[in-house]
Design a binder for this molecule. Structure first.
Ligand code: PLP
Length: 306
């Protein structure tokens, strides 16, 4: 089984929160493990166990060229002695970006699929073709969210974490949000910050709960106004914020998920969203592997993982 270090939580002494009488802590899942970091560690751990239990020796999954999920799967599979196949959206670009070149070093076989075919990735005929090409594999969907992934993200919160008034996380597919929602204390309020533009995310997360036959608990709030232009898009304000937080607190953030979510949380606090006396735990979901490739592509300097 993938092994895990103790995850430290870090208090952020920022005037904005201090002036509002609010305590902010960050739970550093980015520091969790050598094997696969961030929320992807939790999403993968039971899937890889289940794959082995069912006798598979190969994992096949899907993602974009900078995907944290692709990176984490490659790394975790190497650690667990499983082979891995990454079905990558779009054409191969050489030299490989840092995400894919590292995935390849971990032993992942990369298979590029044009965008149109990629869209059909859940259709039976496409899956049949993959099976012919690559042989029997345990499949994990894009982004890694399935019921075992949610089972894994239910393990994120420790006993102490359940004494905070608010929990905050970023949202991609919503797997992590769902696991936190189902494991939090009933009187805790969970805030999820969508990194995607659009209100479809509310329905999508309802579908995630439906898919595992659970109802969404009370006090689970999805915020869809902090996408800063949409998935993978950025604003100067966001990059400035990432630098400020790194300089002041040695807390590295990524511009796709954690930077947007934490900046969103700051904006809520600025608007007086949190009553004095409240204690907030922000879950740092990782994603720092992507910073190198993002910096290269955009010509913007970003903090790298520790
Ligand atoms: C994948 C990822 C997310 C999104 O997680 P979901 O379970 O898909 O919502 C958030 N933050 C980081 C850093 C990620 O890599």
């Amino acid at each position: 089984m993938l092994s895990q270090n103790h995850t430290p939580s870090q208090k952020i002494e920022h005037p904005l929160f201090q002036d509002n009488g609010v305590e902010l802590w960050v739970k550093r899942l980015d520091l969790i493990s050598e094997d696969a970091s961030g929320n992807k560690f939790f999403k993968l751990k039971y899937n890889l166990e289940e794959a082995k239990r069912q006798g598979y020796s190969q994992i096949l999954t899907f993602g974009g060229a900078y995907s944290n999920h692709i990176f984490a799967t490659a790394k975790a599979c190497e650690k667990e002695g499983l082979s891995s196949i990454g079905i990558i959206r779009g054409e191969e670009t050489l030299p490989l970006n840092p995400t894919l070149s590292q995935a390849k070093e971990f032993g992942m076989k990369l298979c590029y699929v044009d965008r149109e075919s990629y869209r059909k990735k859940t259709e039976p005929s496409f899956l049949e073709k993959l099976k012919k090409q690559w042989g029997e594999s345990y499949m994990i969907p894009e982004g890694g969210t399935n019921s075992l992934a949610i089972q894994g993200t239910k393990d994120i919160l420790s006993k102490e974490d359940k004494s905070f008034d608010n929990l905050a996380t970023s949202i991609g597919t919503g797997g992590t949000f769902t696991g936190l929602a189902l494991s939090k204390n009933p009187n805790q309020t969970l805030l999820g910050f969508s990194s995607l533009k659009g209100d479809f995310i509310h329905r999508e997360i309802d579908q995630v709960f439906n898919s595992i036959r659970e109802t969404r608990p009370e006090k689970t709030i999805i915020l869809d106004q902090f996408h800063f232009g949409g998935y993978g898009k950025i604003k100067p304000e966001l990059i400035d914020f990432i630098h400020e937080i790194y300089q002041k607190y040695q807390l590295p953030l990524d511009p796709i998920y954690t930077g947007k979510a934490l900046l969103g949380l700051f904006k809520l606090c600025q608007d007086g969203y949190f009553e004095a006396g409240k204690r907030i735990l922000f879950i740092h979901t990782g994603g720092l592997q992507g910073n190198a490739g993002f910096s290269q592509r955009m010509g913007i300097k970003l903090p790298l993982s520790e």
